[in-house]
Write a protein that binds this ligand. Structure first.
Ligand SMILES: *Cc1c(COP(=O)(O)O)cnc(C)c1O
Length: 465
């Protein structure tokens, strides 16, 4: 399988090269040159497979000959063996219609682990082969950082620099990052917002000399391998609920549109998905784009679901590429216009194509909180605010979906990761899993730097290989 850029001007890459590269050199994102299709019988045969076995089957066409089938299966077994639930991603029934898919049983309690635990070994495997070194730089509002740090700590050939906004991540999120003392992990608290941290990272990647001298790479969801790993759980869940004979709908708490795009990929591969509900909080750029064709950047609003407090949803570009018949030139022009004007319009034809699969809703704080209370009262489930937004959208849109279709909301974070917000909404303070005991006693290591490019670059140069 070869990978092409959504902007059509970067060279096509192998799976291995696309995994290590992150962003394409023309500013685009890598996608497979064609979507592989799974036959109905192949999907039906997933029934009874373990999560790791399902993962190896779903990912095989994307990996191609970059890994032997046994090696891919071994990597999946090792990655998902670190999850603290035998089913890896268990389904929980809420009522006759609604289910949760719990994606938070990994080491850092958010669904980012599902992809990151695979990305770590993939990086190490591909680097080991070439003797190359990588400097991974990222900005995080919390969950990506802790998942990346857990997955990459101590790995050969990788230095990891993770920037978070000082004082603006939850205490659990911060400690999950700063208490990892592996010498290749470097935490930086930036004196500014998440957007400031993100802008610094973009500036470092935009400095071609710096980027090539240190072999910069990205682990946010612009990285194709991450999305690929997320396609798996759509198959895993749907097959358990009767696919391919019965279609299933999913509701996806959305920020950067990576998770929702993975659901789109599953549908393109042949999984019968009745509807993909894109659930946003007040930062609703994707909802506005899908419902009204208006993809324009607003002010970031801070909410109780901080991992979705995003205005520019990078992965939307991957959907645009397909909506424009995979014409990279058209996407490159559209994105140049968007970067200049901070807005883009989606015409009715494209919107109509998207609407065949996608529905969307923006969820206000009150609806989120009352849904969290409903899950508690109805099914005895404490859910985190991100999941609350997904479930609120699922319930709001259930009437637009055929009555006999089951709706699965992706539960993207453990409630214990957002204890204060869960307690505010439900009156119950969730506990942390036993394995997190001691988090608040451990030593922390973190630098604090002003949100200035020179200061951050200098600090990284002193430490990068
Ligand atoms: C990252 C994250 C999301 C949003 O996922 P995207 O792929 O960025 O749309 C939702 N919930 C939680 C808990 C997250 O960490």
């Amino acid at each position: 399988m070869r990978y092409v850029s959504t902007r059509g001007r970067a060279p096509a890459l192998s799976f291995e090269e696309a995994t290590l590269a992150g962003l394409a050199s023309d500013g685009g994102l890598y996608v497979p040159e064609a979507w592989p299709r799974l036959e109905r019988a192949e999907i039906a045969a997933f029934a009874g497979l373990t999560y790791a076995e399902t993962a190896a089957r779903v990912m095989a066409p994307f990996v191609g000959d970059a890994l032997a089938p046994d090696e891919l299966l071994d990597l999946c077994r090792a990655a998902y063996g670190r999850f603290h639930h035998a089913g890896v991603a268990p389904l929980v029934q809420l009522d006759g219609r609604h289910w949760l898919l719990e994606l938070f049983h990994g080491p850092t309690l958010a669904f980012k682990d599902v992809a990151m635990q695979l990305l770590g070994p993939l990086f190490e495997r591909f680097l080991g082969e070439s003797g190359r070194r990588l400097t991974v730089i990222g900005a995080t509002s919390g969950d990506t950082g802790s998942a990346a740090i857990d997955a990459l700590a101590g790995r050969e050939g990788i230095e990891l620099f993770m920037l978070h906004p000082a004082g603006r991540v939850s205490d659990v999120q911060r400690r999950q990052m700063t208490t990892v003392l592996a010498p290749n992990v470097h935490n930086v608290a930036v004196e500014g917002s998440f957007d400031d941290a993100q802008a610094l990272v973009k500036a470092l990647f935009g400095d071609a000399e710096f980027a090539s001298r240190y072999h910069l790479s990205a682990v946010n969801s612009i990285n194709w391998a991450r999305l690929m790993a997320q396609v798996v759980y759509y198959f895993y869940a749907a097959v358990r609920l009767g696919a391919p004979d019965r279609p299933v709908a999913f509701s996806v708490p959305t920020g950067n549109f990576g998770d929702a795009f993975a659901g789109y990929v599953a549908a393109r591969m042949g999984l019968p998905v009745a509807k993909l509900i894109v659930a946003t909080n007040g930062n609703d750029i994707v909802h506005r784009a899908l419902s009204a064709g208006d993809y324009s950047v607003g002010e970031v609003r801070a909410t109780a679901a901080p991992s979705m407090d995003i205005q520019v949803s990078s992965n939307f570009e991957r959907l645009l590429f397909d909506l424009h018949d995979r014409d990279g030139e058209v996407v490159a022009r559209a994105m140049a216009g968007f970067e200049a004007e901070r807005r883009m319009l989606l015409d009715d034809t494209r919107r109509g194509i998207a609407a065949a699969l996608f529905a969307s809703a923006a969820v206000e704080p009150d609806a989120m909180a009352s849904t969290m209370r409903w899950a508690c009262a109805e099914a005895g489930q404490l859910i985190d605010p991100h999941t609350g937004i997904g479930l609120a959208a699922a319930r709001a849109l259930e009437k637009s979906i055929a009555q006999d279709v089951t709706i699965v909301t992706l539960a993207t974070a453990h409630p214990g990761k957002f204890r204060d917000a869960v307690e505010r909404a439900t009156g119950t303070r969730p506990g942390l899993p036993q394995r997190m005991a001691g988090l608040f006693e451990r030593e922390e290591r973190c630098a604090r730097l002003p949100a200035e490019l020179g200061a951050v670059r200098g600090w990284i140069e002193e430490r990068a290989g």
